[in-house]
Design a protein around this ligand. Structure first.
Ligand SMILES: C[S@@+](CC[C@H](N)C(=O)[O-])C[C@H]1O[C@@H](n2cnc3c(N)ncnc32)[C@H](O)[C@@H]1O
Length: 268
């Protein structure tokens, strides 16, 4: 089969595209990865040059392909109970002292749903159904579709604490043999929505907790400052913002208090 080679000039165009669209600063080292990921789309359209594909996605009638390109250029790695200390902190500290009637939570780069469902299991187990609600958003339509299917491989269940696994997950049977299904009760309390964190913040209500983990690593400083400034306006006084362990808000904002590394709070 014919191999395709992206030129430096073509790669730069895709770099600018994903920066303008999603705020993602894509490193030069990703050139081969982009080459590999987009080759299938070139074949699909019978193109031999990446430029042709680039021009196509900019035509108004190809907006679905443009979204697919965004999906292909994002990194969606995630898993259940990733960075487990955050879920322990939620359970032992945040929820223990929660006195409101309904806890509102936002998973702001939710990927395939592993993060919002992990949160949902902890919230439901601790507060009971009806006392929490969640918004889960991502720029990738493909990931949002996967998330709403709420079915995962049995290996992915490995990281879920056993008591929560027994309470909220089912083993698929017949046509769903070999898959794990998330309890529909959790699904019904989560609103999945397409949202670009690099755009203007749509009208969303305030939250007790926003999780923004492992996405700012792709953003430059200015993009982070703008995003965090907007997210702060979506937090209730005393609300929490949790970011990934490898991320920091040190030079990004002074409006939040660091409770512990990667956990921030808006003062009451
Ligand atoms: C590495 S995953 C992290 C998923 C999850 N938060 C976690 O920590 O496991 C990053 C996610 O951010 C999403 N993303 C990247 N840029 C985005 C943007 N501008 N707006 C919304 N989501 C974005 C990607 O589609 C991807 O699903």
């Amino acid at each position: 089969m014919k191999a395709f080679d992206i030129t430096d000039k073509e790669f730069k165009k895709f770099q600018s595209f994903i920066f303008d669209q999603a705020g993602i600063s894509m490193a030069d080292s990703k050139k081969q990865l982009v080459n590999n990921r987009l080759t299938k789309r070139l074949r699909h359209y019978g193109f031999s040059r990446f430029n042709d594909y680039f021009d196509l996605v900019h035509k108004p009638e190809y907006s679905t392909e443009k979204q697919l390109l965004i999906d292909l250029l994002t990194t969606n790695e995630t898993y259940f109970f990733r960075e487990p200390k955050h879920f322990e902190y939620l359970e032992d500290d945040i929820l223990r002292s929660f006195r409101g009637s309904r806890f509102r939570c936002w998973s702001a780069a939710c990927s395939n749903g592993a993060e919002p469902y992990s949160l949902a299991m902890v919230l439901d187990n601790k507060l009971g159904s009806g006392r929490w609600e969640m918004l889960a958003t991502d720029i990738s339509s493909r990931m949002l579709q996967t998330a709403q299917l709420a079915t995962y491989s049995l290996q992915e269940a490995d990281k879920i604490p056993r008591d929560l696994l027994l309470k909220y997950c089912l083993k698929g049977v017949r046509s769903q043999k070999g898959v794990m299904l998330i309890d529909k009760k959790l699904l019904s309390q989560i609103k999945f929505k397409h949202m670009n964190l690099n755009g203007n913040m749509p009208d969303v209500d305030k939250f007790d907790l926003i999780m923004l983990r492992n996405v700012m690593i792709y953003f430059d400083h200015d993009t982070k400052v703008k995003l965090i400034d907007q997210l702060i306006t979506r937090l209730y006084p005393g609300g929490y913002l949790i970011i990934g362990h490898s991320e920091t808000l040190n030079t990004v904002t002074k409006k939040l208090v660091m409770v512990k590394p990667s956990v921030y709070r808006l003062e009451k």
